[in-house]
Design a binder for this molecule. Structure first.
Ligand code: SF4
Ligand code: SF4
Length: 317
């Protein structure tokens, strides 16, 4: 008996125009082998379902406080008084994540969904029901489905089957990947993937390892092999001062990409921004450790021109 794979999913977003061509619906899978310090989706990093808390939804302990008695491990207590978004005094719960087993009882108790569990197990059929609803938008815009993360190829069974069913339904497919996965997994999804959205975060392997936690050889090898095997690549370069935004570093990007020029349909430069920082508060444990300034417009334009001079199609996000 075949058991249908389950995906650990933390979001499905419709009407995306950032995750490939046309209007797309993006399925975000949980779990990632990399740890980019600037990650704007920190809730995607762990593979497990985890407790989150959103202060803007919280009614405060004086008005509500339903969570205080909900935790069987005594993880929730009264936090210090502070002010809410409109400057009124308020006391929020304080959650001690060191004892939390992510049981979700506090999230069930919280009627305002300020406490909520991020990540749920979904079947292919459940996800497909959601995706096929948007097919008319895909058909009229040249869009489709993007499977993203986290690292969606870290859940290869689910992602492969999801892509297979999208193709069977006549839906354009894109896989948004870090590339830090075995080549055998890429090979499996390649016939089912119209486009790879592919992150190239840093061309220097030592620096990649130092900052992100992994070397980059596998990532570069996989990109090269996709290009040489007829796959299409939409390259994404998160561009960060003091990390990868120098002319010399972009020279290395250019040389690498020019060698697989025919496979590259777009190079998208993503200037670092701080808009995701607030998400770290929701995780109740981890805090942002990376607070660089965004690169200037002049630097972004210069790097765009540098790659364009090599015949590459480039866009600044
Ligand atoms: S139950 Fe939810 S809304 Fe109420 S105080 Fe706790 S976190 Fe806030
Ligand atoms: S999810 Fe964590 S904090 Fe919430 S009730 Fe369970 S153990 Fe307590």
């Amino acid at each position: 008996m075949n058991v249908e794979p389950l995906g650990k999913i933390y979001d499905i977003q419709g009407f995306s125009v950032q995750d490939g061509p046309g209007v797309r619906t993006t399925v975000f899978l949980k779990g990632c082998p990399l740890r980019c310090p600037w990650c704007h989706s920190p809730e995607s990093q762990r593979f497990e379902t985890e407790l989150n808390w959103m202060s803007i939804r919280c009614l405060g302990l004086e008005s509500c406080g339903l969570c205080l008695d909900a935790c069987p491990h005594g993880c929730i207590s009264r936090g210090e008084s502070t002010v809410n978004a409109v400057g009124e005094p308020i006391a929020y719960p304080s959650v001690d994540k060191s004892q939390c087993d992510e049981c979700g009882k506090c999230a069930t108790a919280c009627k305002a969904t300020a406490l909520y569990m991020c990540g749920s197990d979904m079947t292919i059929a459940e996800v497909m029901r959601r995706l096929t609803r948007d097919k008319p938008f895909f058909d009229t815009s040249g869009g489709g489905v993007t499977v993203s993360g986290g690292e969606c190829l870290s859940q290869p069974e689910f992602t492969t089957e999801l892509l297979r069913q999208c193709k069977a339904a006549g839906i354009h497919t894109a896989v948004d990947t870090t590339g830090f996965v075995p080549w055998s997994v890429v090979l499996r999804v390649m016939p089912l993937t119209d486009l790879f959205l592919y992150d190239l975060k840093c061309m220097d392997s030592e620096l990649h390892k130092q900052v992100i936690g992994t070397p980059n050889e596998l990532i570069l090898d996989n990109a090269r092999k996709i290009g040489e095997s007829g796959g299409k690549l939409w390259i994404r370069i998160p561009t960060l001062p003091m990390f990868n935004d120098s002319e010399a570093h972009f020279q290395r990007y250019g040389e690498f990409l020019a060698a697989i020029r025919d496979a590259v349909v777009m190079v998208q430069l993503l200037p670092y921004h701080k808009m995701g920082l607030s998400k770290y508060d929701r995780l109740l444990t981890r805090k942002p450790v990376f607070v660089a300034e965004p690169p200037s417009d002049a630097v972004m334009e210069a790097r765009k021109s540098q790659l364009e001079s090599l015949g590459l199609p480039v866009r600044i996000h």
